[in-house]
Design a protein. Sequence first.
Length: 362
Amino acid sequence: MRNHPVPLQITAPTSRPIVSLIAGCAMVIGAAVFGATGTAVHAQSKDRTVSPADWNKILTDAKKEGLVVVYTTTAPAVHERIKADFEKAYPGIKVDAIRVIGNLINTRVEQERAAGNIEGDAIITSELVWSAAAAKKGWLRVPVGPNAQAWPDSGMRQGAVPLIGVNPFVMVYNTNLVKTPPTGYQDLLKPEFKGKIGSTALVGDLTVGWYDWMEKTQGAGFLAKLAAQNMKTYPGAVAPTQGVAAGELSINLWTVFSVTNPLVDAGAPIKTVVVNPSYGAAYGGGVVAGSKRPNAALVFMDYMMSVRGQGQMVGKGEMASALSNVPGSLDIKAVTLHDDEKYTPDVVNAFTVKWNALFAPR
């Protein structure tokens, strides 16, 4: 791994039902599609079906390609176990998982398209607004395969973006440093936690939505009070969670199970707290159009849409799956799902100005 700096049981934050995630306009690509290398790949239509003969041809060509490059924003533990299991399921096809945090994944795909050198074959991202727009532009291909065909329509966005996992955001604290465990965000305002709290910086519309939701659910002025606690910010969940495990921080208020569980398993003195109410977000998958290894990309995404692939995604109760028969999948009925369509660039920019005034280093 390289590192770069359903029917879902979810309560939606607006009256828009979850079934509105069903594709309204699926991508339609011509009768024959070719990757950047000129290798013929499956002809695209608005559905995800493929004949057995065509799927066998995709598998054969994928093994000839021998590699799939995946840009992912998941925690390292997640994509490392996905890589290991995929390579067992499909011998001869290696996975190069490259971690790209937040909306930087959008920039990377766009820059590669502009340069005419598309290195990334597939993506796993929390940037669903961008992903839906990319699919509409034809930048992401419709996934096909036996598992893609069986995937529920309620777990698709724009006909090409499967929602392959839903994360609730949780807190984690150091059990050696915190004697009275926190149960909610209001506990963070206690005097003993001043200067000992960590969290994520703004790294896309997802984190903007979470901070905005926190302000609205915890009361006006909550973020100002939190800022007065001298909260330290980091680019994502991994660094502050490791800081808690090392005793550098008492609490990290933004992380996910896939980051905390490996540390717990390793014996770190930490404990995870599921806050009620909670906020969460979906990961979207994508097959990048015009990539160098188009068949391997299709095989990888079909795997991610299988019970086996979903089992690796959700891990030990770390996420919820769009499939109903995935062992270990969470049932997160009390989680408010991030409404990515609400957080337009203008909304994000306006909130960023407000957030920076409170939390930016001085």
